[in-house]
Design a binder for this molecule. Sequence first.
Ligand code: ZN
Ligand code: FE
Length: 256
Amino acid sequence: MAALEIVLVPALSDNYVYLLHDSASNTTAVVDPADDAPVEAALAARGWTLTHILNTHHHHDHIGGNDALKAKYGVPIIGPRAETARIPDMDVTVGDGDTYDLDGHVAQVFDTPGHTTGHIAFYFADSQALFCGDTLFALGCGRMFEGTPEQFWTSLKKLRALPAATRIYCGHEYTAANAAYAVSIDGGNAKLQARAAEIKRLRAADQPTIPSTLGEELDTNPFLRADDPSIAAAVGKAGADPVTVFAAIRAGKDNF
Ligand code: ZN
Ligand code: FE
């Protein structure tokens, strides 16, 4: 089976919505529809018909288009079981260790609490693609609205264990701001400096910085390196456990 064709659809001020398409089965899923209008436009431009809605978490900028799209296309909503009370009208709920068969493309589901308590990520091994909502960002991670540092670090470790070639499709274009913060704590990292320069070039040309690969994130994203002694030292937590280091990295970004 061919890999899913993945289309990035900018929405609201800095959200990314994704269309996942398989022309053989006429499957077109949308991940985290912030808003229905840009999704409709992206579908119409390609002559595609929506077949599924996938949600990573309950925030309005990830489910705002659910109602209108479900009403128009009569498609199922698949989302996090732990947020059943907070996402209306889900048809299929999933959690850690579950799989969801998207017309032959099997997604593995991970619980990734931290940004919200019920946040999930969808990993399509056959397409080398991870849809991680607001858990892992290019060069960053989501704000810790509902979870603890221990939960968030555990979530990131799960995602970190995926193959290095995995493409990271996250929920927002926050990469330039994330790069500035990453450089402030890991400025001696030549790979990070090169990546930050490329990000500047892309954003100046109004181009997306998404997707990155997990391999790039492992080399340059400080939030995935809370167990790296050099990062611990850089945030003033030399010798501390990774959860404490992660909490310091996160707090540093909140105040950057
Ligand atoms: Zn969110
Ligand atoms: Fe968001």
